[in-house]
Design a protein around this ligand. Structure first.
Ligand code: KIV
Length: 303
C-alpha cells in the first residue's frame, strides 16, 4: 500500500486516506459521515471501495457472523482475527475495532493493553468502547497511549443484562439527563467521535449540538453528524425481523439462496460443469495418447 502526502493529507491509490482528523473536520463542514460494519476481507474491500468513511469491526459479529444470540461471548482473539482480515481489504476508510465485552470493563491498564493489541496485531486505527462517564479515565489512558477512541452510549448491547433487554434509552427526564452527562464526559475526555445508539431523535439532536466531536447515530434519527449501520442488516442477511431504524438496501439472503439452489439443481441434473467449464489435454498429448491406445488395440487384435 503506498501512502503519499498530497495537499497536506495522505492519499491511498488516488483516494484520500480518512483519519480521525478527516472525521472531525467533516463535522465542522457540516458534511455527513458514513460508517458501516465489516468483518472480513471481501466485504470490507467492497465497503471501502464504495467510499464509506469509517469501517467498524463491530462486536455485532458475534451475532451476524458467529451466530451467538448476543455480543457478549465474542472473544478478543476472535475480534483480532476478523480485524486482521478487514485490514487487508481496507485502504482508504478509517478502521475502527470494537473492544469486546470483558476486555476493558475491569481495570484501565488491562483495557489499554487490549487496545494496544488491536493497533499492533490487527492494524486498527482506533478502538470503540461502550459506556459514558464511567469510561472517562480509560479514554484518557488510551489517548495517553496514542490510541484514538470512539465512544458509544445509549443502547449499549454489552449492557443487555443490566438494561433488562435491548431498550431505547433516554425516554424519561432522568434518562435524558444521564445521556447528556455521558456525552459531555466522553467529549471532554477527548473521544474523536461517539456512537449514539437507540435514543430518541430529539435527544440525539441535543447531544449533537452540545458536543464538539461528531455523533454517529444508529437508531438515533437524522440529526446526528453521521450514521452507522450493520452491513448484514442493510443487505438483508440476518434472520430476524429488522429493527425499526434499519433500511434494507439489498436482499443478499435471497441472492445467496437462489445461487446455491441453482448450483444444486445443475449438478444433480448433470448440467454442471459443461465442456467449456472443463480443462482439456493439449493437442500433442491427446495425439500421443490416441497413438498409444491404437497400438494397444492392434496388439490385442493380433493375439
Ligand atoms: O457492534 C456493532 O456493530 C456496533 C455498531 C452497531 C455501532 O457497535
Amino acid at each position: 500500500m503506498s501512502i503519499t502526502s498530497f495537499n497536506g493529507g495522505p492519499s491511498v491509490g488516488g483516494r484520500p486516506k480518512i483519519t480521525t482528523l478527516t472525521i472531525e473536520a467533516k463535522k465542522q463542514r457540516h458534511e455527513q459521515i458514513t460508517c458501516l460494519t465489516a468483518y472480513d476481507y471481501s466485504t470490507s474491500r467492497l465497503v471501502d471501495e464504495a467510499g464509506i468513511d469509517m469501517i467498524l469491526v463491530g462486536d455485532s459479529l458475534a451475532q451476524v457472523v458467529l451466530g451467538y444470540d448476543s455480543t457478549l461471548p465474542v472473544t478478543l482473539d476472535e475480534m483480532l482475527h476478523h480485524t486482521r482480515a478487514v485490514r487487508r481489504g481496507v485502504r482508504s476508510a478509517l478502521l475502527i475495532a470494537d473492544m469486546p465485552f470483558g476486555t476493558y470493563q475491569g481495570d484501565d491498564r488491562e483495557g489499554v493493553r487490549n487496545a494496544v493489541r488491536f493497533v499492533k496485531e490487527s492494524g486498527a486505527e482506533a478502538v470503540k468502547l461502550e459506556g459514558g462517564d464511567k469510561r472517562v479515565s480509560l479514554v484518557r489512558r488510551m489517548l495517553d497511549a496514542e490510541i484514538p477512541v470512539m465512544g458509544h452510549i445509549g443502547l449499549t448491547p454489552q449492557s443487555v443484562n443490566k438494561m433488562g433487554g435491548y431498550r431505547v434509552q433516554g425516554k424519561d427526564l432522568a434518562g435524558v439527563e444521564q445521556l447528556i452527562k455521558d456525552a459531555i464526559a466522553l467529549d471532554q475526555a477527548g473521544v474523536f467521535s461517539m456512537v449514539l445508539e437507540g435514543v430518541p431523535r430529539e435527544v440525539a439532536a441535543m447531544i449533537t449540538k452540545e458536543v464538539k466531536c461528531p455523533t454517529i447515530g444508529i437508531g438515533a434519527g437524522p440529526d446526528c453528524d453521521g450514521q452507522v449501520l450493520v452491513l448484514h442488516d442493510i443487505l438483508g442477511l440476518t434472520f430476524a425481523p429488522p429493527a425499526k431504524f434499519v433500511r434494507r438496501y439489498g436482499d443478499a439472503a435471497a441472492l445467496i439462496s437462489n445461487a446455491v439452489r441453482q448450483f444444486k439443481s445443475d449438478v444433480e441434473a448433470g448440467g454442471y460443469p459443461s465442456d467449456d467449464e472443463s480443462y482439456h489435454l493439449p493437442k500433442e498429448t491427446r495425439e500421443e495418447l490416441d497413438a498409444i491406445l491404437r497400438r494397444r488395440q492392434l496388439k490385442a487384435y493380433a493375439r
